[in-house]
Design a protein around this ligand. Structure first.
Ligand code: HEC
Length: 130
């Protein structure tokens, strides 16, 4: 089989690869900055701050809190400021949200046997600040 020089061409574009690397780097460093804001900077009270730490430990890798970009799960930005949850249309109230946290939903596992009731309350208090 003869080599096809045009297909080779398409794979050798270092300029593009570089561009993407730079964009990804910038995007991820912006994320990091958003995530690292301190409790004081966010104006959190002690209960909300405790919820913030629980969020960073268990939820942040799948849910963005301060950007509307999806990760593995939908963004939770402004979660309680709208009448319905953005991805499922479930009413955005404490009862339904804490149920999702406890038992999970579709691809999200539940945290009912990981978090205590107090921790879930703290987490909800934090989610109200988003
Ligand atoms: C491994 C990834 C992962 C982790 C960790 C995770 N979730 Fe999720 N979450 C998801 C996915 C995926 C969905 C979408 C489920 C569906 O299909 O409705 C979701 C859905 C949700 C929803 C409903 C959102 C909507 O708009 O319908 C809430 C609320 C939620 N998660 C809160 C949390 C909280 C709070 C935590 C931390 C205790 C957490 N999640 C941890 C992946 C995750």
């Amino acid at each position: 089989m003869a080599d096809d020089p045009s297909s080779l061409d398409q794979h050798c574009r270092p300029g593009f690869a570089c561009c993407w690397a730079l964009i990804l780097l910038l995007a991820s460093s912006t994320c990091e900055l958003e995530r690292r804001r301190s409790d004081a900077e966010l104006g959190l009270n002690p209960q909300q701050a405790s919820g913030h730490h629980i969020y960073e430990q268990y939820c942040d890798r799948c849910h963005a809190a301060y950007s509307s970009r999806g990760r593995q799960g939908p963004s939770l930005k402004a979660i309680f400021r709208k009448p319905f949850l953005s991805s499922s249309g479930i009413p955005a109230n404490e009862a339904r949200v804490s149920e999702i946290i406890r038992v999970g939903r579709n691809k999200m596992r539940g945290f009912g046997n990981v978090l205590t009731e107090d921790e879930i309350h703290d987490l909800l208090a934090y989610l109200h600040t988003l």
